[in-house]
Design a protein around this ligand. Structure first.
Ligand code: C2E
Ligand code: MG
Ligand code: MG
Length: 558
């Protein structure tokens, strides 16, 4: 005698097919149906398993669902194992208790058919979910750009993007955080920070990882205060007790989508948030920066310079001007600084207009080696022509500091032209971070061993510290004009500081050069403070090489 009538079986079959083929599947209705089938068929438990591959089945690495269990199972009544065409493994097991009820062949046949439909359903739902995970998440389980694109497309089609806020984020100092708490904890922190943002944004938007510690997303403008608060800093715990915490903050580029907003491409939004994000990443300003059209003009200018640079180097469009350094006592030229200019179509572009842009990538290093090379070439000529050259200083950007081979590279250029090492001086600016400080010490010591002179440039601007001159073996201290007192009033604080700095530097064996000397009054202040060398418009502007060579003949100013 079968459990249920043929009609009931057929109706279950139909309902099951209907429910499992409806999109989206009503999970509650599905579970209710399963429970009623199991009860009517006097089963004690029903279980399904899903494994993406047979290998994962062997390892037991899969998903198990059990929507019905009386806790009274004695025997496996049916066990079906199906391998799908995509090699996913589906297993369905139905249990019974023969002490309560013994199933006949008809029961088993009917249950077998019902179970096959259920397994087909499980396979489809699971595979779609996996596909979703693979397609819309990266390997670490963060949602990826495809998920962002899908969110934007759907909302764009429904005209719901206007009023949302798009953002690009880069976590602050994450390399240092990783160094301090270890990479594994670093990963936990990033994940938790991401989860915090996801929870805050909810389903009004999306946040996805572009890679590393960089994220993009959108959220509803009504949540802006909450989200910005998290951007500005949130304490994230990385241990179970919650006691070990780090403060995570970000550099964020923001673009508020106008109302109404029709997206033409993701590229437009991406360009804007990344531009603003790059401004936010600069160390000297706000770390949440809202996009402004001026940024686009600036970015086009940057692209233009960067595109033109390689050709300009080949065509030797960069020329070198020399600005004399003068001994204050004797008025003789005792050195010069090589300053670079870009000559295009008869126009001369000053370095401040292109060096900061070339510093955004590695171009500046190429330029500095080019300048050193050209200075060496000029010097060889002076030596061959029997002129008495003076030591020439060349500016090297701080971007070189990470270059392990910098000293060798500098020496290889100087040696290529057989220039006596002490005729070359390398000017480097001070730095603020500890890591760069030790790089600076390594480079300066390396050059000193080879008798190439070194100078700290622009001392007195920014965060100059006395450690910089105490712990690094410089030869020359170049004092910025802003540090020079305005008047000769001896009691005035800037005079006292200046006098002490000069005497301290001289006691340490440093040569002092004051930059930007423009007036006789400044010169007399320098004299009063026992300063030795001055560089500035009072004597000469940076000069084209021929004019500078003329100065080298007589070498003395009036
Ligand atoms: P810097 O190394 O501090 O060079 C001194 C700057 O002060 C030069 O500006 C010079 O023309 C200017 N100057 C000299 N005397 C006076 C004066 O009496 N009054 C005033 N107001 N200014 C004076 P310049 O040539 O425009 O160079 C600007 C900066 O560009 C340089 O500052 C240096 O940081 C950078 N630079 C120039 N050439 C190179 C280069 O080949 N490589 C790198 N990395 N940077 C360079
Ligand atoms: Mg300089
Ligand atoms: Mg300077």
């Amino acid at each position: 005698m079968s459990c249920i009538s043929r009609e009931k079986y057929t109706s279950y079959l139909e309902r099951l097919v209907r429910i499992t083929h409806n999109q989206p599947v009503d999970r509650d209705a599905y579970v209710t149906l399963i429970k009623s089938i199991c009860t009517d068929y006097k089963l004690t438990k029903g279980m399904t398993e899903f494994y993406i591959t047979p290998m994962m089945e062997q390892r037991g690495d899969g998903e198990v669902y059990c929507d019905f269990d009386t806790g009274n199972s004695k025997k496996v009544l049916i066990r079906l194992r199906i391998v799908s065409t995509s090699k996913a493994v589906l297993i369905g097991t139905l249990y019974s208790n023969p002490e309560e009820y013994v199933h006949d062949d008809t029961d088993v046949d009917q249950l077998d058919s019902l179970l096959r439909i259920i397994l087909g359903y499980v396979s489809r739902v699971r595979l779609i979910k996996k596909l979703e995970e693979f397609g819309f998440s990266d390997l670490d389980g963060y949602r990826n750009f495809r998920a962002f694109a899908r969110f934007m497309d759907i909302n764009n089609a429904e005209n719901r993007l206007g009023g949302k806020v798009a953002f690009y984020l880069d976590l602050h100092n994450f390399t240092i955080v990783n160094q301090e708490i270890g990479r594994e904890n670093g990963d936990i922190v990033i994940r938790k920070y991401y989860d915090l943002l996801c929870d805050t944004i909810g389903d009004t938007g999306i946040i996805i990882r572009l890679g590393g510690d960089k994220f993009i997303g959108v959220f509803d403008k009504t949540l802006q205060d909450d989200v910005f608060r998290i951007f500005s800093g949130a304490y994230i715990a990385y241990d179970v007790t919650g006691k070990q915490r780090v403060n995570v903050s970000v550099a964020a580029g923001i673009y508020a989508l106008p109302i109404p907003y029709m997206m033409k491409s993701y590229g437009d939004i991406m360009d804007k948030i990344m531009l603003a994000g790059n401004v936010a990443k600069r160390h000297d300003g706000e770390s949440i920066v809202v996009y402004d059209d001026k940024m686009k003009v600036e970015s086009d200018h940057i692209k233009q310079i960067q595109t033109a640079f390689p050709g300009a180097v080949k065509r030797e469009e960069f020329i070198i001007h020399y600005q004399p350094k003068v001994d204050i006592e004797t008025k003789k030229i005792v050195g010069a600084e090589a300053l670079c200019r870009w000559q295009i179509d008869g126009k001369i572009i000053p370095p401040d207009d292109f060096i900061p842009i070339l510093e955004l990538n590695t171009f500046v290093s190429e330029l500095d080696f080019y300048v050193l090379d050209h200075v060496c070439r000029d010097m060889v000529r002076w030596l061959n022509e029997g002129r008495q050259p003076v030591r020439v200083s060349v500016n090297f950007s701080r971007k070189h500091l990470i270059d392990i081979d910098l000293t060798d590279h500098i020496l290889s250029i100087i040696n290529k032209y057989n220039i006596p090492h002490d005729l070359i001086e390398i000017e480097l600016t001070e730095t603020t971070s500890d890591v760069m400080f030790s790089d600076l010490r390594r480079i300066v010591s390396g050059l000193q061993r080879e008798n190439v002179k070194t100078a700290v440039d622009d001392f007195g601007v920014g965060y100059s510290s006395l450690n910089l001159i105490r712990d690094i073996p410089w030869d020359v201290l170049k004092i910025d004009k802003s540090f020079v007192p305005q008047t000769e009033d001896d009691g005035n604080v800037s005079n006292v500081m200046f006098r002490h700095l000069i005497s301290l530097a001289q006691d340490m064996g440093l040569e002092c050069v004051v930059e930007g000397v423009e007036t006789d009054e400044q010169l007399s202040i320098l004299k009063k403070n026992n300063c030795q060398i001055a560089q500035g418009f009072l004597f000469d502007h940076p000069l084209p090489v021929e004019e500078f060579e003329d100065r080298l003949i007589n070498k003395t100013y009036k």
